[in-house]
Design a protein. Sequence first.
Lengths: 129, 308
Amino acid sequence: MRITQGCFSFLPDLTDDEIGAQVEYCLGRGWAIGLEYTDEPHPRNTYWEMWGNPMFDLRDAKGVMMELDDCRKAHGDKYIRINAFDSTRGFETVTMSFIVNRPAVEPEIIMRRTEVNGRSIRYTHEVAR
Amino acid sequence: MDDATPTSIDLRAEYAESGVREVLDELDRELIGLAPVKQRIRETAALLLVDRARARLGLSRETPTLHMSFTGNPGTGKTTVAQKMAGLLHRLGYVRKGHLVSVTRDDLVGQYIGHTAPKTKEVLKKAMGGVLFIDEAYYLYKPDNERDYGQEAIEILLQVMENNRDDLVVIMAGYADRMDRFFSANPGFRSRIAHHIDFPDYTDGELGRIAGSMLDAQGYRLDDEAGAAMAEYIALRREQPHFANARSIRNALDRARLRQANRLFSRDRPVTAAELCTMTQADIRASRVFSGGLDPDGSRRKDDPHEL
């Protein structure tokens, strides 16, 4: 099942050129780029593993693309996303995030129903492998 | 027919519109002396312009190797020229962003195993799309210590210089003789660096003009006697150890400003604007260089009571 979170996730996967152009846009606005990866795309799994430190002071997208290549080499069968961090006072938060790598076979996210308190139902989601 | 290959290209027009002329003019205007360097840069610019024209006409071409080495004594303007070079390469479209990242051994080489590679990569990432300027590059290689981490940085650098030729230009700088030894010990660098530019020492007259332009920028001027004293100072200073061309002059002027401020402060009458901007020969001649001593150019202890 195709996971949709972050920007562009309803579009076909971005090519490397397109990723580079997006990164260029982020750097142009002075945002710092961080790479993160995970094998668990549950929507509640907010904090993914960091790939190195966030990259401040970059001027060109090539630096990010080099890291992305390295990350793909190590974690090619996992989800990788690019986060852009805006350090402007008052924001100081991730302002843009998009997935740049997916596993060949994406896991299902299934819904479980549990009956509690008589006939009431609780819903929860799980990643099925 | 817009995207068809043109049949001829006007190099003059290309030269004017690429903005290369402004960079070269700026170089001529702002840098005193350095004639051979300017000549080499002009040649390089011509080569790159022709190369670009060839590409436009669809003639076969490879990305030219643009890595350079700047050799010369301290204070001969290597960093300044590297800055201009970055601008030049940017206007010609050989680097995408045209910024200069200036580093030394400390920024590239780590202190323990596994520290060097990430550190070097970090610097390289920042330099992508611009120019990486490695000052005193020969310190990267320490032949007496075979476990020195510098070797690791060298290997990463070589790899990037080869594989990312489109993404960044590396300029290595340092003293001529030590750079020569560095290159002969690391043939990989020699073959990857196409342009060797040698920075000559400034003549006394050029240093005098440099002093003048430095003072101009700070809003000071030398009176006639002080000008003569400065010329004498330059000739004397050159004979002494640790002479660093323009940098020595800048330090001397900084100290002269201090003395001038002291002189004005210790009088008890009001000062005029002209006095505030004028250095007299007393400010220059108080330097120890005139009494056979050595002016401290960073070679002396910081807490030396005779600093002035």
